[in-house]
Design a protein around this ligand. Structure first.
Ligand code: NAD
Length: 354
């Protein structure tokens, strides 16, 4: 028998095509008068459609969201929100845009309505990160959890396949670690397995045909499930390693996740047998080990497989292992510096786990 405590986080989820017909009413349900729309420069046309849909409730667009939420961008956006007299934020984009909204919600107490356009799952968590002087500080605060999330698969039709794959594998990492989390529970386990299954199937299909709406829908459904797991369960070695590699060696976030995950899973496999069985089953027929099946999926999807191919330098592997092993944290297998160094070597070379 598994004992557990589960406090489910409350987010209103609206899933379906045509966000534009729902946006204004959903902002109204939050009791808001004026919503500022946040986006990256590249997604300005989408933000403009959101602003048009908001009509009288639109307060303007802030289009300077960038990766890793630099503090000066937060201050600039907060000033824009105050100038526009906004009492709500509509974040339309991926984890970078939603991350900016979270930082504003923390400082300015503004409720967030998120419209995710990638599969990385940030919209379902109260985890935030802000980068100051090159160091990304992360934290958890219920104030940053979006109050409403509108999932519209049609918005992801134009998400380039490589970013789709990377952000989808990033989401699977949340579910994989959720399955062996110390504070996991049976409901999160169901969500994890189903999330991995949906994303693996959806990504395979959109890799063959990028504008397959059904495939996009399956991926977004998987992203929701995996994001929910990230929001409710503690993460372990894999997320710690990716945070180290991204923060200290400036590697791209989602690609780092997709490369490291099979190796982090292999490190934990012996200590997390039930989780591995669920993951292997979700990825296919269960005849292969979960780490090998995940590696093969990444290969099939054309994702990068080796850290050396995304900018990691061999000379930095020792330091990365030192940082990742320095502070103790819970993990199914004990954290051992030499074991992590060996894991990083395999991920650096892109070797297939056993
Ligand atoms: P992203 O938000 O960085 O977007 C990547 C690029 O894709 C951007 O240039 C963006 O403009 C573009 N893009 C996004 N959607 C698009 C679409 N539908 N069509 C065309 N282009 C599109 O990507 P991401 O992987 O979602 O987010 C990564 C960031 O999110 C990282 O900083 C990571 O730390 C954070 N994150 C946070 C959490 C959390 O819970 N706090 C969870 C996952 C990721």
């Amino acid at each position: 028998m598994q004992e557990f405590v589960y406090t489910a986080q409350s987010v209103r989820v609206v899933f379906g095509v045509d966000v534009w017909s729902k946006l204004n009413a959903e902002v109204g349900l939050l009791g808001a008068r004026k919503a500022l729309v946040l986006c990256t420069p590249r997604q300005r046309p989408l933000a403009q459609r959101a602003l048009d849909a908001l009509g009288e409730r639109g307060a303007g667009i802030y289009d300077k969201a960038i990766m890793h939420v630099p503090l000066d961008a937060v201050q600039d956006a907060l000033a824009a929100a105050r100038l526009a007299d906004a009492d709500c934020l509509v974040a339309i984009g991926g984890g970078s845009t939603i991350g900016l909204a979270k930082a504003l919600a923390l400082d300015g107490a503004l409720p967030i309505l998120a419209v995710p356009t990638t599969y990385s799952g940030s919209e379902m968590t109260s985890i935030y990160g802000i980068t100051e002087d090159g160091i990304k500080k992360t934290g958890k605060d219920t104030r940053v959890l979006p109050r409403t999330v509108i999932y519209d698969p049609a918005l992801t039709l134009k998400l380039p396949v490589d970013i789709s794959v990377a952000s989808g594998l990033n989401a699977m990492a949340h579910a994989a670690e959720g399955l062996y989390a110390q504070d996991g529970n049976p409901v999160l386990a169901l969500m994890s397995e189903e999330g991995i299954r949906a994303l693996a199937g959806g990504l395979r299909r959109l890799n063959r045909q990028a504008d397959d709406l059904d495939a996009r829908s399956e991926c977004l459904y998987g992203a929701w499930l995996c994001g929910t797991v990230l929001g409710n369960a503690g993460m372990a070695l894999h997320h710690k390693l990716c945070h180290t590699l991204g923060g200290s060696f400036n590697l791209p976030h989602a690609q780092t996740h997709s490369i490291v995950l099979p190796h982090a899973m292999a490190y934990n496999a012996a200590a997390a047998e039930p989780a591995m069985q669920r993951i292997a089953r979700a990825l296919g027929d269960g005849s292969q080990s979960a780490p090998a099946a995940l590696y093969d999926l990444a290969l099939e999807l054309g994702a990068p497989l080796a850290l050396r191919d995304i900018g990691m330098r061999a000379v930095d592997l020792d330091r990365a292992a030192d940082i990742a092993a320095a502070k103790p944290y819970w993990n199914p297998s004990p954290i051992d510096r030499d074991g992590i160094r060996a894991l990083l070597q395999r991920a650096f070379e892109g070797l297939r786990p056993a």
